[in-house]
Design a protein. Sequence first.
Length: 156
Amino acid sequence: MVRNLILLALLSLTTLLDAQNVRLSNSVYVDENGVAYTGRYVQKFDDGSTKAEFNIIKGQLDGYAVYYYQGGGKMEAGNYLNGQRNGLWESWNTAGVKSSDANYIAGVKNGAWHVWDDNGKLRLEMYYTNGEKSGTWKMWNEVGVLTSERNYTAGS
């Protein structure tokens, strides 16, 4: 009985979140009363499948977020902090193969970035420091042979 009540409560909460009228207004997520929203939010495609799931605190994206393809596969995931991308972000193609990863600090490119092809082979390795190209950037061909290498110095 208690288990059924817990399940019912969880289903009700999910329905409530989906039914909330949260919208973006002047770069702030607000509820139906125009008040900055705080909570977990789920966006849906027209067919009812999940488009995105993310946390919002005082109207700003904050915490783990996941974006989906309309077919249901994960497209992109990472963290926000005060409305800015922060930390590692990962992307996948429609077949579910990881296609890239990128690092941010407060919305600014910072750290390693990688790009893989549809077969999962590493094709690009890049680095950023405070939004500027830095370090050694490398490119590989489809069989994994290094084809290009270039050095960048941030701030120059």
